[in-house]
Design a protein around this ligand. Structure first.
Ligand code: HEM
Length: 418
């Protein structure tokens, strides 16, 4: 039996009893495809795992099983308050920001979820994709202007993370630059992705206050933006609900889109099939973006779903209140859907935007595509001789089992005098 490291003895049948794999530490294995292959070989399509602090959960690795879990929310639901492990969770548990219940769209269920997600969907549908592309190009040009004269840049912080954050803030009705916006952008970064010495709790409080102020401003003077459309929706959400859901939209947009941009740039700058293309070869930016969603998807694992009652999945006995982690990267490379061993990117049937009731809401994946594509194309157009400033094997992935992204992407190019 695995020692859970907590006072709570797991009941028989719970994942902690069955040779569970500690997820913390696995992130240091740099090839997720290999990692998920060996997990699948040893544990099948649903693996017992231990989260930080040896808290038991299930990692769903099979394409069929992830599709099943996400399309049966009467069995596997989003409200984390039904988790049977809460007594073992300390106040400073590192995954608490993602798992702790908040009254936002993310944790609502059934009719209430359809109401909240419906408001987000119609507000996002109001975005003109051509205008979004133009706005992203302006943001891209401003960011590029800040480093173009030096001939070198660390593209993750100065470009890939910065661009979707500014685009998301602007979609919600704030200017993409200015002191006030800069403060919000900095606070969002700290609360989503704190560095050593940052205070994410204080930053998150300031984000809440700024979004509250934005909602108040838009109640008084609505405009052509996501916030105003959410306020004017006949569903009649309260200001508090809108503040919660706007923060969810910005947070849900920022990290995955940033890593989608970063992972695509890495592929384009390291893989010959694409490197050829940058200077007029065969494969396009669109193909690189799609390949990344299959093979290096930004949200590699998503936490999660909680079992509503005792049930079976992939031959495992799941108990009411068990936590299931959606293994999206593992599902995309499941040999069951790639029987010939070749994993390609011919279509978009991947699970990178998840599936079912809580999937990334239409049209968010299309908007993310506009943001990511404009970011990558604009950079390559403005800096046509862009190359890596290090050897490809020197690039390192972030030590995270949740987000697949680079720690840094140092690049160089001929400096442009402005
Ligand atoms: C404009 C950019 C984006 C916006 C506005 C956005 C918005 C959202 C929102 C509001 C949710 C919560 C849905 C709910 O619980 O009902 C969500 C979920 C999600 N999004 Fe996105 N998103 C964006 C980009 C992306 C990208 C680039 C990816 C990955 C490639 C992604 C993957 C996901 C996943 C995996 C979920 C979780 C779904 C689940 O619980 O099953 N999103 N997104």
């Amino acid at each position: 039996m695995t020692d859970t490291g907590s006072d709570l003895t797991p009941p028989p049948g719970c994942p902690a009893h069955q040779g569970s794999v500690p997820l913390a530490g696995l992130e240091y294995q740099q090839s997720p495809a290999q990692l998920y292959r060996s997990l699948r070989r040893e544990h099948g399509t649903v693996a017992p795992v231990l989260l930080d602090g040896d808290v038991p959960a299930w990692l769903v690795l099979g394409y069929t099983e992830v599709s099943y879990v996400t399309s049966h929310d009467e069995l596997f639901a989003r409200d984390s308050r039904r988790w049977n492990q809460w007594p073992a969770i300390p106040q400073d548990w590192p995954l608490l920001p993602f798992v702790g219940y908040q009254p936002s769209v993310l944790f609502t269920e059934g009719e209430e979820h359809r109401r909240r997600a419906g408001v987000i969907t119609q507000a996002l549908e109001g975005i003109d994709q051509f205008e979004l592309a133009r706005d992203c190009q302006i943001i891209a040009d401003r960011l590029i202007a800040s480093f173009v004269g030096s001939g070198q840049a660390e593209l993750m912080s100065s470009y890939a993370h910065a661009l979707p954050m500014r685009a998301a803030v602007q979609m919600c009705g704030m200017p993409h630059e200015g002191t006030d916006t800069q403060q919000l952008v900095d606070d969002l970064r700290i609360s989503l992705d704190a560095a050593e010495g940052d205070d994410p709790v204080a930053a998150y409080t300031r984000v809440g206050e700024r979004i509250q102020q934005l909602v108040k401003e838009k109640r008084d003077r609505p405009g052509p933006d996501v916030t105003s459309r959410m306020l004017l929706d006949p569903a009649g959400l309260t200001d508090e609900e809108i503040v919660q859901d706007l923060i969810s939209v910005i947070a849900a947009a920022q990290q995955p889109t940033a890593n989608w941009i970063g992972n695509t740039l890495r592929l384009l700058l390291t893989d010959e099939r694409f490197a050829l293309n940058v200077s007029g070869g065969r494969l396009s930016v669109g193909e690189a973006l799609n390949e990344v969603l299959w093979l290096d998807t930004p949200t590699q694992n998503f936490i999660g779903r909680w079992a509503v009652r005792d049930t079976q999945l992939g031959g495992r006995q799941i108990r009411a209140g068990d936590c299931l982690v959606l293994g999206l990267a593992a599902a995309n490379t499941d040999p069951q859907i790639w029987p010939e061993q070749h994993v390609g990117a011919e279509n978009s049937a991947h699970l990178s935007f998840s599936n079912g009731e809580h999937r990334c809401p239409y049209p968010a994946p299309l908007l993310a595509d506009v943001i990511a594509r404009t970011a990558v194309e604009t950079l390559l157009e403005r800096l046509p001789d862009l190359v890596l400033a290090v050897e490809p094997e020197e690039l390192t992935w972030r030590p995270s089992i949740w987000m697949r992204g680079l720690t840094a992407l140092p690049a160089q190019f001929t400096p442009v005098v402005q």
